[in-house]
Design a protein around this ligand. Structure first.
Ligand SMILES: Nc1ncnc2c1ncn2[C@@H]1O[C@H](COP(=O)(O)OP(=O)(O)OP(=O)(O)O)[C@@H](O)[C@H]1O
Ligand SMILES: [Mg+2]
Length: 301
């Protein structure tokens, strides 16, 4: 009899209740007879003694995992979780979306700069410093423009600005609060309608339309509308593949828009949620993710 595959899943959020996305992942790996351990990194102790470091959950040492899935956004300001995740990564055979790769999406401005340097089409970006010049901003990226919090904010960090007075007062306010942000050219085609492509192991699994709810320009499935699955041209698939090569993220959600000059990349997400697309269409990406995990494990062992 072959040993069960031991899978550790670090869960996001501080609540005990599981998100649909986490449930789908856990159910899928369990149905495939894996031994699944759910981890709240916050609850795990690290015990360093003379010559070794133990990671323990409620007193019991954690056994090394065959597959470790870091669904928790550990890069969100939690040093404890970060330290625990790193130690678990070190002892796991296969790590999906390791911290070293997830860094890519953590700092949105940096991610955009890397995409641009890699020849991937993005809207113009501008990061104002303390002595910023509003006329230069408007000349460079135009009005209206978009202001974005530099880290993920679950859709609540994207602001539409259509005049110079708002631009100056919002920038001053954020600088005063010491908040990190950047500005982006407004792309009409991305407003209210912004499809997402999901890549697993570098393969395009699905691309689908997402629109905003009424009186909003921020498209997302959570409270917006599903726009159906899309066919992606070879040329655009090449763009997605390039992003995979750059990020090497095992699972990747690429938000993009289609303009007269081709596609533009709006945002790259590590771990796009699996729940909203499942609710909207019945597509269960957890199954593709499982297959990918097994492929990686087989290559390794
Ligand atoms: N430059 C832009 N021009 C027009 N609309 C934009 C632009 N950038 C973003 N949007 C709209 O806002 C939505 C949310 O933007 P984005 O994907 O960058 O952030 P987010 O999904 O809210 O971020 P996160 O999930 O990291 O919190 C997009 O789906 C798109 O509809
Ligand atoms: Mg997005």
């Amino acid at each position: 009899m072959t040993a069960k595959i031991h899978v550790g899943i670090a869960l996001p959020g501080s609540k005990d209740e599981l998100s649909l996305s986490s449930k789908l992942l856990i159910d899928c790996f369990s149905q495939h007879k894996c031994n699944v351990t759910k981890l709240k990194l916050r609850n795990i102790d690290i015990i360093a003694s003379k010559d070794k470091i133990n990671i323990s959950s409620t007193g019991a040492a954690l056994e090394p995992f065959d597959v470790f899935i870091n669904r928790h956004n550990v890069l969100d300001r939690r040093e404890h979780d970060f330290a625990v995740a790193r130690l678990i990564e070190d002892t796991s055979k296969v790590v999906l979306n390791p911290l070293s790769k997830s860094f890519f999406t953590h700092n949105k401005f940096h991610a955009n700069s890397l995409l641009q340097n890699f020849g991937i089409p993005i809207p113009k970006i501008y990061k104002p410093g303390l002595n910023y010049n509003s006329d230069d901003i408007i000349e460079t990226i135009g009005l209206p423009l978009i202001l974005k919090a530099n880290t993920g904010n679950q859709g609540k960090g994207v602001v539409y600005i259509d005049n110079k007075l708002s631009l100056i007062s919002i920038i001053d306010c954020l600088i005063n609060l010491n908040e990190d942000f950047f500005l982006q050219e407004f792309v009409l085609e991305a407003a209210a309608d912004c499809p997402r492509a999901v890549l697993i192991g570098g393969e395009l699994i699905a691309a689908y339309g997402r629109s905003s709810k009424k009186d909003d320009f921020r498209a997302k499935l959570k409270d917006g509308k599903f726009g159906g699955f899309m066919k992606i041209s070879e040329k655009d698939q090449e763009v997605f593949k390039k992003i995979y090569k750059l990020t090497e993220l095992d699972i990747l959600g690429i938000d993009f828009c289609v303009t007269d000059h081709g596609i533009k990349i709006i945002e790259v997400n590590a771990y796009p949620g699996l729940g909203n697309i499942y609710k909207a269409s019945g597509l269960n990406l957890a199954e593709n993710f499982y297959q990918h995990a097994i492929n990686r494990l087989q290559i390794k062992t």
